[in-house]
Design a protein around this ligand. Structure first.
Ligand SMILES: Cc1cc2nc3c(=O)[nH]c(=O)nc-3n(C[C@H](O)[C@H](O)[C@H](O)COP(=O)(O)OP(=O)(O)OC[C@H]3O[C@@H](n4cnc5c(N)ncnc54)[C@H](O)[C@@H]3O)c2cc1C
Length: 283
């Protein structure tokens, strides 16, 4: 890692990461994703802490997928088999077993659920600062408040464009290699090198509930048919929905510095992004 430099326009996590739900579901339909998620879980729940002595804030409260029709339950049974192949413990539960696990849940119209006890919730700030600490200890440099303003490129004898360096407000860095990890701003950074990044930003709405008695330690919940997730947040829930007809951004707004920091929209500007009351009928 020696020689690697991370340039951050503002502060670490000030982009999308600071307000992520941080849900880590280990079982996904693609085996590549299952392996990637297993790796992430290992790093966040164990290896980073062993390496740095710092807790990343990982909470292993489990994950619960809701099946409100037979096809969805069949899909979850397949996910359970996939999990077995990769050593991910999971259980398909009946509505009654789900009620025992999650007494607050309305299970009347459920076909069943998929319970993954070692799923959990990542803390964005804790994970990022621990990652930065581990990288710095291995020789990397993290430079905040240093926007990348340009990427110098040249064309080799075969007509292939190559990176020569990175420009910032504070000087330039010569390098043949740039990793574009600017999130929703990746297209803008790509353009600096004449590269089109096929990435589209869209609005996303979530609400945080008041305190709910008895919700502590319950698993996170994902209902794929209702396109909604319920993230445990202490003794409350953060509820987010994926809109069927999302609003796209031409260009992501610039993150703003301030007390809250980062990328955020005022509720009044999130027109059309709604978490329907129907989405909340489970809790
Ligand atoms: C409400 C919500 C819930 C989510 N829930 C989940 C979830 O449960 N599970 C999950 O896996 N994902 C979730 N996501 C998605 C996840 O948060 C993002 O995929 C992730 O945070 C993106 O991280 P990133 O580092 O790629 O981008 P960012 O965190 O946006 O980081 C990009 C950084 O690049 C910097 N930057 C931009 N331009 C420049 C420049 N010119 N020079 C230098 N720096 C620059 C920005 O300041 C920013 O800090 C959720 C997102 C939201 C909004």
């Amino acid at each position: 890692m020696s020689g690697a430099v991370l340039l951050e326009r503002e502060r670490l996590t000030s982009g999308t990461t600071w307000h992520t739900a941080g849900l880590l579901w280990q079982l996904r339909p693609s085996d590549v994703e299952v392996e990637l998620l297993a790796h992430t879980r290992r790093v966040v729940s164990r290896e980073l802490e062993e390496e740095t002595g710092l807790h990343t804030g990982w909470i292993q409260n489990g994950g619960l997928f809701i099946a409100s029709n037979r096809q969805r339950l069949d899909e979850y049974k397949r996910l359970m088999s996939l999990g077995k192949a990769y050593g991910v413990e999971s259980h398909v539960l009946s509505p009654a077993e789900t009620k025992t696990l999650y007494p607050l849940m309305n299970v009347d119209d459920l076909y069943g659920t998929l319970y993954v006890p070692h799923d959990g919730t990542m803390d964005p700030a804790g994970t990022c600062s621990t990652l930065a600490r581990a990288a710095s200890a291995r020789g990397a440099q993290v430079i905040e408040n240093c926007p990348v303003t340009g990427i110098r490129v040249w064309t080799d004898d075969f007509g292939v464009r190559r990176v020569a360096g990175v420009e910032t407000q504070h000087g330039s860095i010569q390098t043949p290699c740039v990793v574009n990890c600017a999130g929703v701003w990746a297209s803008a950074v790509g353009r600096m090198a004449g590269v089109k990044v096929p990435l589209v930003a869209m609005h996303h709405a979530y609400v945080v509930t008041e305190r709910i008695e008895g919700i502590q330690n319950m698993p996170n919940v994902r209902d794929h048919d209702a396109s909604v997730y319920l993230r445990l947040q202490g003794d409350a829930l953060s509820v987010g929905g994926y809109e069927a007809n999302p609003i796209f951004w031409e260009e992501a707004v610039k993150s703003r510095t301030g007390a809250a920091g980062g990328l955020c929209l005022k509720t009044s500007t999130v027109k059309g992004c709604t978490v329907r009351s129907d989405d909340l009928r489970r809790a």
